[in-house]
Design a protein around this ligand. Structure first.
Ligand SMILES: NC(=O)c1ccc[n+]([C@@H]2O[C@H](COP(=O)([O-])OP(=O)(O)OC[C@H]3O[C@@H](n4cnc5c(N)ncnc54)[C@H](OP(=O)(O)O)[C@@H]3O)[C@@H](O)[C@H]2O)c1
Length: 249
């Protein structure tokens, strides 16, 4: 039985991924800050299938302690799903909160590279795989994207760069860069259930399960195949257009 380490498993894409992988025969280390949600996953899927590792990914010591405390059955990692992440705010850069920016960089950039570096030895030993959840925000610019967009461009590019460094190791690396997925993401971003409902209303966004199925598909491909990047979007979403500001005379 193979073991996946899934960050951000208390909600949205990560939670759906743990359920989907376990139902397909994997063991999962499920991480997040909300212990009660991790406990619920263990209760639902079984303690032999899911190990709950409750820590804040921005806390390097807590992350190291959680890795060191993995039970034997969960200690060899075959798949790292770098999924934990968030957006805060939609303000233009000139009005944005520096605390929000710091939170996004610490979570989406720093935590991801630290965790990846920590797990590379076991991933190389087991000829495993890394799947990172970047975003279309890293590929296309939209107003108010600023640091979230920058952090996801980093995620997309860091993941592709890993592919080059892991040349010859047998480790597979994939960057999944989704468009709009209906999760708690927008609630976290805006702090408002109303704004979140408003964004998704009538848009037919992708579901967390859609992305979880892609993760499972990539993870279970034959070992000689590598998907470098996937960029799924809902049909109703497309690219931002160019804008021209007019001078007023
Ligand atoms: N939803 C979208 O439209 C969309 C589109 C493209 C990419 N993405 C990316 O997909 C990934 C998953 O997002 P989602 O849509 O599933 O959002 P979500 O439902 O809000 O889930 C985010 C997950 O990240 C975890 N997390 C956030 N900060 C954390 C921290 N400091 N320490 C530990 N865990 C933390 C949360 O756990 P706790 O709160 O329990 O800690 C939660 O499990 C993110 O990287 C996001 O950028 C989302």
């Amino acid at each position: 039985m193979k073991t996946a380490f899934v960050t951000g498993a208390t909600a949205g894409i990560g939670e759906a991924t743990v359920r989907t992988l376990v139902n397909s025969g994997w063991r999962c280390v499920a991480t997040g800050r909300r212990q009660e949600r991790l406990d619920a996953l263990v209760g639902e899927l079984g303690a032999d299938k899911v190990h709950a590792a409750c820590f804040d990914v921005r806390d390097r010591e807590a992350m190291e302690a959680a890795i060191a405390a993995l039970p034997d059955a969960f200690a060899g990692i075959d798949l790292l799903v770098n999924n934990a992440g968030l957006a805060r705010g939609l303000s233009p850069a000139q009005e944005a909160s520096l605390d929000d920016w710091q939170t996004m960089i610490d979570t989406n950039v720093t935590a991801m590279v630290v965790l990846t570096r920590k797990l590379l030895p076991t991933l190389i030993e087991r000829k495993g795989a890394i799947i990172a959840i970047g975003s279309v925000a890293g590929n296309y610019i939209y107003p108010g994207g600023n640091v979230y967009a920058g952090s996801k461009a980093f995620a997309n590019h860091f993941t592709l760069a890993l592919r080059a460094d892991l040349h010859g190791t047998g480790v597979r690396v994939t960057s999944i860069e989704p468009g709009m997925v209906e999760t708690e993401f927008t609630l976290v971003r805006t702090g408002s259930q109303e704004a979140s409902d408003d964004l998704y209303r009538g848009a037919k966004p992708m579901t967390a399960q859609d992305i979880a199925e892609m993760i499972k598909w990539v993870a279970e491909l034959p070992p000689h195949l590598n998907i470098n990047r996937l960029e799924p979007m809902p049909v109703n979403q497309d690219f931002a257009g160019f804008r021209v500001a007019r001078e007023h005379h």
